[in-house]
Design a protein. Structure first.
Ligand SMILES: Cc1cc2nc3c(=O)[nH]c(=O)nc-3n(C[C@H](O)[C@H](O)[C@H](O)COP(=O)(O)O)c2cc1C
Length: 446
């Protein structure tokens, strides 16, 4: 085959198109070279960066982003683990909306940002930074991660134009953030990207475990209750395993409860521990557990909890929890059993007395063979807690999980941390780190 000879065009329109294409290529290459990890990022842009464990900071970030976008052209929303030093350095304004979890820790989706602010220097001398730090004063390290982000931004030369700490989502603290945004010229919008709360009625409410005192949290409880909620006028909106029911109390407080049943049902089930403080029932738990089935209405909505979705892969499932943690474990186990995955439940309560209604379902699942193993720990009866079972059954647990196994943990923070430490001893740090990195370890602590 002979090739046609190469000929230069003498049409000026062709030359103009070619020059335009070269200029575009040079512009895109320059932008990419400045920010290779993320694609083009223009200088002068505004970023909303969020770090969230259970989704509240994420919702607030979406609302803030929505509000800013109405006034600014170049506004971008990032989860904290996606931002890099070049992205931050190129921004003109940054709004960090971050919560604190564990004991003063960064949320799981902010581990990269946490490492970056400990290790890296980024020139923020031309950047305006605002920080909305979510936390809870009942924890000793109140808003610790938000404070770390603010201190780092200051060290990097940023101008801090707003810093708000929020105690337990207090409406007055959130109003302060709204004031800052309004002052900067970003008006509030009636329409928000976050689903609004609606009215639900309490269809049933039954006590399934007795009153008790928990020494680790110093909390007295008036028992554990199983509830079913049905939205007014229709079926509940879609949700996914792991999601939460967010209750709004009449005085503006917000309380989250794990949804205990699988999606697709016409109702949302909850297990609620009725917390008592000096003889006064908790704001949320009192409202729910004093409900008169068929008559009581509450305001709430379903909220996504992306970090507690079913574990990845098809390996066996080890579910570990105590008390109201059963609510978080239950849909994960039901889902895994439906997929015929081998399941093992380690569950703790204070005493077996008065807990028949709670334990009956676990025992049924065990007898039916859906649960291959069921281990129960009753701390008041024999002093054994779930973490002791992990240590006792170390060899069996390692053999059951193999390399592909998954762990789902749900319950109070002290129990969760003790279980993670026990599992690290049994399986090794490498196994646990790998499981966390690949989504085979799912935790929901409260
Ligand atoms: C397990 C757990 C640990 C927490 N640890 C802290 C803490 O150390 N310091 C703090 O100020 N708040 C702490 N909090 C409170 C959260 O920061 C607060 O509830 C926040 O609104 C959660 O926001 P998020 O849903 O975006 O993660 C903790 C909450 C939970 C559930």
């Amino acid at each position: 085959m002979t090739e046609a000879p190469l000929r230069m065009s003498d049409d000026p329109a062709h030359w103009a198109i070619a020059a335009g294409l070269v200029a575009l290529w040079l512009l895109l290459s320059w932008r990419w070279l400045r920010n290779p990890a993320t694609g083009p990022v223009a200088a002068g842009q505004c970023l909303v960066v969020y770090a969230s464990q259970t989704g509240h900071a994420e919702d607030l970030a979406r609302e803030t982003h929505h509000r800013l976008r109405a006034a600014l052209e170049d506004v971008h929303l990032f989860t904290a683990d996606r931002v890099t030093a070049p992205i931050l350095a190129a921004a003109e304004r940054i709004y960090f909306i971050v919560s604190t979890t564990g004991e003063g820790d960064a949320p799981d989706n902010a581990r990269h940002l946490d490492a970056m602010i400990t290790r890296d220097s980024v020139d923020l001398s031309d950047t305006q930074v605002s920080v909305l730090a979510l936390g809870d004063r009942r924890y000793t390290q109140f808003c610790a991660f938000g404070n770390r982000v603010r201190a780092w931004a200051e060290r990097m030369g940023a101008r801090i134009s707003g810093f708000v700490t929020v105690d337990d989502l207090a409406p007055a603290d959130l109003a302060e953030w709204n004031r800052i945004l309004s002052r900067e010229g970003f008006a509030a919008h009636a329409e928000t990207p976050v689903a609004s709360a609606s009215s639900w009625h309490v269809a049933s409410c039954k006590q399934v475990a007795p009153a008790a005192f928990d020494a680790s949290s110093m909390q007295t409880s008036d028992g554990l209750y199983r509830l079913s909620l049905v939205p007014e006028g229709g079926a509940p909106p879609d949700w996914e395993i792991g999601d939460l029911f967010e209750l709004r109390t009449p005085d503006g407080h917000i309380r989250d409860y794990s949804i205990a049943n699988r999606p697709g049902a016409g109702e949302v089930q909850l297990f609620v521990r009725r917390v008592m403080d000096n003889g006064i029932p908790g704001r949320g738990s009192g409202l729910l557990t004093e409900a008169e089935p068929g008559r009581t209405h509450v305001t709430g909505r379903i909220r996504e909890h992306r970090l507690f979705r079913p574990a990845t892969g098809h390996g066996p499932i080890l579910a570990i929890g105590a008390g109201s943690g059963w609510a978080g474990l239950r849909p994960h186990l039901a889902h895994a059993m439906a997929e015929s995955r081998p399941c093992w439940l380690v569950f703790g309560e204070r005493t077996p007395a008065g807990t028949d209604a709670l334990l009956a379902e676990m025992q049924e699942w065990h007898q039916d063979g859906g649960l291959q193993r069921l281990e129960l720990a009753f701390s008041r009866q024999d002093g054994r807690r779930v973490q002791d079972i992990i240590a006792d059954k170390a060899k069996d647990i390692a053999a059951f999980l193999g390399n592909e196994g998954c762990i789902v943990l749900c319950g109070r923070l002290a129990m969760g941390e003790a279980c993670l430490a026990a599992l690290r001893d049994v399986l090794g740090a490498e196994w646990m780190d790998q499981a966390k990195a690949t989504g085979r370890l799912r935790c929901d602590f409260y």
